[in-house]
Design a binder for this molecule. Structure first.
Ligand code: NAD
Length: 533
């Protein structure tokens, strides 16, 4: 039976109009579409179920319709995991944990490298399916699968040493620490770049010796299935990585409450993060939360303004602006404000909205009609609060854009103040809010006057100022004179409402592993005697 295609379940078609590739033009796009359709056929043919204990499992409960944001066409029905199916996946993860944790690190390394090999081999398929499921542009998604493979390789190489710890000697004892995997973990992922984000959680968990139950977002479930198949084909033992599809409030909730799960790694909205903490509390789950952001990019008047402009545009309009680390608040020093903003507006007007599979496209359709509506609603909010809608602020309407897609114009709000809703709320679309400032102190005050604290970007050629501001910003990651360039060993995560915990390198192992201290006496310390006289 099909659950409602609207509401909180499936993506729902806004118009029901077909038209993939309608008027799209260009042989590049036509060839891409043909390939994508071939990869998508299997998902349209039968409901997408789960993957438990090494086997594809047909869902026993309701299904929901998964609709492409590109053209409103159905990408197939998806099973909504029942509590029994979640329990079966959690128990499979618990059963598999005993052997997986004991496998030599070098063997785990071998399997994880094999997974990376297979991801690379199927990179085109993953990218094409991801584009049609999420609306993300090919120019970015074609690299996302490869980044996913890189995540596996990076953690594969660290698997043999994951349990290594510290030596902490005293005069009387040798203390050493060691780490052991925490057990089966729940991984819950969002709909923006879902494949890459899933690998970012699952690869370190497996390298650490944990087993996994993954619940992908209901708005973008397809590539999680490809990943599950790849991991199985690569020789990951049955039950080590399980996948249950479904709705957050039911399937996701059941996963966070199951007693076999010892930790939950979550990426998503801040309010969902607090629900997950509450749901996991009765079973005392460790939680790692990567949540929302409203990240500032601060441009001082002494910066390299050409490079700053490139980075500002890239960090909010790439990936449709549906990116947790996007710099969605631009703080510009007053002396350069008018000229910088005018140059920025010219660039934003020229950003190419189009079919995600068209290699020329820079911004694709947003994930869902409801999300699109939310993003578009901020134009009226901006005007009401007294800001200027300098560019965009409306649906993108062009004859060559497929009907039924969630098209929005790249949008620029200027003359904003820090207290406005457009400067405080995570819009999560291709929308940038510009706020002027006078001096360093004011820039820091505006940047920190927000509930979020994920990332911060700053542009200046004054080294002292770069360091002062970097240290003063309340955010987990700061980039100076750079867009977001990720180095996998470095910590990734946020402060305040942006999250709890860090990913990356050894930080990931700290989450997926328990640290144990062993104290060995050298035999020379005095032991207090009791009951001797
Ligand atoms: P969301 O919180 O709505 O959903 C994320 C996942 O949680 C989905 O799989 C959903 O089904 C599940 N879920 C929902 N309610 C649940 C519940 N009660 N119990 C268990 N699971 C539940 O987020 P979204 O809209 O899919 O993603 C966008 C958000 O993710 C944005 O706020 C963005 O900033 C954030 N994000 C953060 C990072 C980061 O690293 N900090 C990275 C990417 C995205």
């Amino acid at each position: 039976m099909s659950a409602s295609a609207a509401g909180k379940t499936g993506k729902g078609s806004p118009t029901g109009a077909a038209g993939a590739g309608s008027g799209a033009g260009g042989t590049g796009l036509e060839a891409q579409l043909k390939k994508a359709e071939a990869f998508l056929a299997r998902f349209r043919a039968e409901p997408l179920g789960h993957f438990i204990a090494g086997k594809a499992v047909t869902g026993s409960g309701e299904t929901f319709d998964n609709v492409s944001p590109v053209d409103g066409r159905s990408l197939g029905e998806v099973a909504s995991g029942t509590p029994e199916e979640v329990a079966a996946a959690c128990e499979a993860a618990r059963d598999a944990f005993g052997t997986w944790r004991k496998l030599k690190g070098s063997e785990r390394r071998r399997i994880l490298h094999r997974i990376a090999d297979l991801i690379e081999r199927r990179a085109d398929e993953i990218a094409l399916v991801e584009c049609m499921d999420t609306g993300q542009a090919w120019r970015f998604m074609s690299k996302a699968a490869l980044r996913g493979a890189e995540n596996y390789r990076f953690f594969a190489d660290r698997a043999p040493d994951a349990s290594n710890g510290l030596s902490l000697p005293t005069d009387t004892h040798v203390n050493y620490t060691t780490r052991q995997p925490i057990g089966p973990v729940g991984v819950i992922t969002p709909w923006n770049t879902p494949f890459m984000l899933s690998t970012w959680k699952i690869a370190p968990a497996l390298a650490a010796g944990c087993t996994v139950v993954h619940k992908p977002a209901e708005w973008s479930p397809l590539t999680a299935r490809l990943l599950a198949e790849i991991m199985s084909e690569a020789g990951l033992p049955d039950g080590v990585a399980n996948l249950v599809n479904g709705i957050g409030e039911t399937t996701g909730r059941a996963l966070t409450e199951h007693e076999a799960i010892n930790a939950v790694a979550f990426i998503g909205e801040s309010r969902t993060g607090s629900l997950i903490m509450a749901q996991g509390a009765p079973t005392l789950k460790r939680v790692h939360l990567e949540l929302g952001g409203k990240n500032p990019v601060i441009v001082f008047d002494d910066a390299d303004l050409d490079r700053a402009l490139d980075a500002v545009v890239f960090m909010i309009y790439s990936l449709n602006g549906e990116r947790c680390t996007s710099s969605s608040r631009l703080l510009v020093q007053r002396g350069i404000h008018d000229e910088f903003t005018a140059r920025l507006a010219e660039r934003v007007k020229k950003i190419r909205v189009g079919h995600p599979l068209d290699p020329a496209t820079e911004v694709g359709p947003l994930i869902h009609a409801r999300h699109c509506e939310k993003v578009l609603s901020y134009a009226a909010i901006a005007r009401q609060d007294g800001a200027t809608v300098a560019v965009g602020g409306a649906p993108a309407a062009r004859a060559d854009l497929p009907a039924g897609g969630q098209w929005v114009q790249p949008t620029l709000f200027t003359n904003a103040r820090a207290s406005m809703r457009i400067a405080q709320e995570e819009i999560f679309g291709p929308v940038l809010t510009v706020i002027p400032f006078d001096d360093e102190a004011e820039a820091v005050a505006i940047a920190n006057d927000i509930r979020y604290g994920l990332a911060g970007y700053l542009w200046t050629n004054d080294v002292g100022r770069a360091n002062r501001v970097a240290l003063a910003l309340d955010a987990g990651m700061i980039w100076v004179n750079s867009e977001n360039v990720r180095h996998l060993p470095t910590p990734f995560g946020g402060m305040k409402a942006s999250g709890i915990g860090r990913d990356g390198g050894d930080y990931s192992f700290d989450f997926y592993m328990e640290t144990k201290n062993v104290a060995l006496a050298l035999g020379n310390h005095a032991i207090q005697k009791m009951g001797v006289s």
